[in-house]
Design a protein around this ligand. Sequence first.
Ligand code: SF4
Ligand code: SF4
Length: 264
Amino acid sequence: MRYELHDSRVLTWSLEAHVTTHCNLRCVQCCPLSPHLPAWAVAPAALGEDLRKLARVLKPNIFKLTGGEPFLHPDLPAVLDTVRASGISEQVSITTNGFLAQSAPDAVYERLDRMTLSVYTSAPLPERSITRITERCERHGVHLTVKHIDAFQRITPDAPLTSDADVQDVFAKCWLKQRCHLVYRGRFFTCTRPPHVATVLAAEHPHLPALAEADGLPLDSPDLLSRLLGYLERDTPLATCRHCLGSSGPWEPHAQLPRARATS
Ligand code: SF4
Ligand code: SF4
């Protein structure tokens, strides 16, 4: 895919930030691997620093706060103020499973343009909660999209792909590399997978190369605009693609992992 420029900024569909890595659900095949990651919340100042660098060369149509579950962040209004101040995008959205959204402070709703509410059959949000969230979005002028999700596409393979041709095929067919751009801890990623696959695999396979470093573009790179364009328009797979099915995996009924047992 080729990208257009406007005022020396690359025009893209969206950019997201994982403002938390932990979640109050444990969906099987969670794309950002939340159930397998340690708890973490972004520092607003650090995100702001990344976004200021990126906003000089990137203009996403929409900026999304995702996670994990973003409503678990301890100071979402500060995060949202940071995003606005960066000027990265005119549209700011949040993606949530909804369980904490109904009771979030007005200060969050006041700072949003859009909300995507994912309602899973394996952990259904009560109808009264959807009604309450809908009312609050209407009151604050937030455009709400409710997605009812009863299936997921397998994205994590049981074992690394062994064939280079399979890796190339998964990458070539993967739509996430255009729709799910991520800024995370000082790097830009063409999809949301590398830093989290890296964290999970590093625990099991310490000999593996650092996937997040191999696959992420550092935001303090010289000549960031041309490097960003080259990175986005590449035809070669990421190192992480060997550990991912992208959008090529089979569809399966949505399900939750068992709760992790507390250790003493
Ligand atoms: S609600 Fe979203 S972030 Fe949380 S476990 Fe499910 S898919 Fe992952
Ligand atoms: S790691 Fe590769 S296959 Fe997986 S989502 Fe990213 S680009 Fe697609």
